[in-house]
Design a binder for this molecule. Structure first.
Ligand code: UD1
Length: 351
């Protein structure tokens, strides 16, 4: 039977995670019907509740790992009206990937291959893939364009993103019915303005922003700034931080772009950043400004594998995708702090 709502149905893998949950909100608010698969290895059902509170809709949710191929086959068999897939579900901790390379290759590659197999079998034509600027390594020229050469990956995690893009490209070439877009994220931070969804890493955070907010809330004693002797104005590394809500909106644009296409086109890649580089110290200063808190931090040795500076050339995404990041650094740090405080408040009152 045809859906009575006539909404376009999109599968979001990893939809209860950080970027996934923000994308579900934007999709629902743009009129899509969202179905989530997530094994919740790095997220909880709290984000489902958050999505529901923000949008008034609780997405259909299936808790399993995409590597379970028979489970995925049953899922696709019972969801024949899917029009597209946004694939976030993957392991993403750089350091852990160096310690457990096989776990990363197994999880990130097999889940993608299973997904592509099912999309082909059940004729689901559109894929948006969650990729990373890590594919560029330390680029020779900045800002980095989509044409920059793919450098040898600095970690197994980065390598899985490179290999996944190759797997997608080869699969699209072999299947005229499939189309895809890779979105190469720079450094997503911040949270939805409601404070109902945000970044909640399991265990000790690896990334800068959650480490800052967890330090400020008292969960960590101090932030370790990994090196201040780099060749940058203040000596700390430079990244292109992008508000997660801006990033989420780019996914809606990408899926729309695929749905609008009449004819099969090449696999496309887009950089998602603001085009502006900020140092670790600038993030700390922005956080102190917007939170009104002094952050406890210390300068320690460089972290191995860190690129010195990277920021995006956003022209192609701006022009071709018709998308632009609007939110500034202070909105990012303010919303991250708002989320951290509200989340901890909810935790303490629910005990
Ligand atoms: C990297 C990848 C990114 C990937 C992400 C996944 C690059 C350029 N980026 O982000 O594509 O999605 O990992 O985890 O390869 N820092 C501190 N103290 C901390 C944590 C971080 O000083 O406790 C510094 C880092 O040295 C770095 C900056 O903060 O200069 C950002 O680090 P992080 O948030 O971990 O992101 P990337 O390593 O840039």
């Amino acid at each position: 039977m045809k859906s009575t709502t006539q909404k376009k149905k999109i599968l979001v893998t990893g939809g209860t995670g950080y970027i996934g949950s923000h994308t579900c909100v934007e999709l629902i608010q743009s009129g899509y019907d969202v179905v989530i698969i997530d094994d919740q290895s790095n997220s909880t059902s709290a984000s489902l509740k958050g999505i529901e509170k923000i949008t008034g809709t609780r997405p259909e949710f299936h808790p399993f790992n995409l590597c379970e191929s028979s489970h995925l086959d049953s899922f696709f068999k019972s969801h024949q009206t899917l029009q597209g897939v946004i694939h976030f579900a993957a392991f993403k901790a750089v350091g852990e990937s160096v310690e457990k390379p096989l776990a990363y290759y197994r999880n990130n590659l097999i889940s993608l291959m299973n997904l592509l197999e099912m999309m082909t079998k059940y004729e689901v034509p559109h894929l948006v893939f969650s990729s990373s600027c890590t594919v560029y390594g330390q680029p020779d020229e900045l800002p980095v364009t989509e044409q920059a050469p793919i450098k040898k990956a600095a970690s197994p995690y980065g390598n899985t993103k490179q290999i996944c893009e190759e797997i997608i490209e080869d699969t699209l070439n072999a299947n005229p019915g499939l189309q895809g877009i890779s979105l190469r994220y720079f450094n997503p931070i911040g949270a939805h303005e409601s404070g109902l969804i945000g970044e909640l890493p399991a265990g000790t955070p690896n990334n800068l922003m959650p480490f800052i907010t967890q330090t400020a809330i008292g969960l960590r004693s101090s932030l370790k700034v990994f090196g201040n002797d780099y060749d940058t104005p203040d000596g700390t590394c430079i990244r292109d931080y992008i508000h997660v809500v801006d990033l989420a909106k780019a996914h809606v644009r990408a899926i729309e772009r695929l749905l609008e296409k009449q004819n099969k086109t090449e696999y496309e890649y887009f950089n998602l950043g603001t085009g502006k580089g900020s140092s670790v110290m600038e993030i700390i200063q922005s956080f102190e400004r917007t939170s009104g808190q002094k952050l406890n931090y210390e300068i320690v040795a460089r972290r191995s594998g860190d690129v010195v500076k990277i920021y995006a050339d956003t022209q192609y995404a701006n022009q071709e995708l018709g998308w632009k990041a609007h939110k500034g650094l202070d909105e990012m740090t303010e919303s991250a702090w708002n989320w951290e405080k509200k989340y901890r408040e909810r935790q303490s009152t629910s005990k």
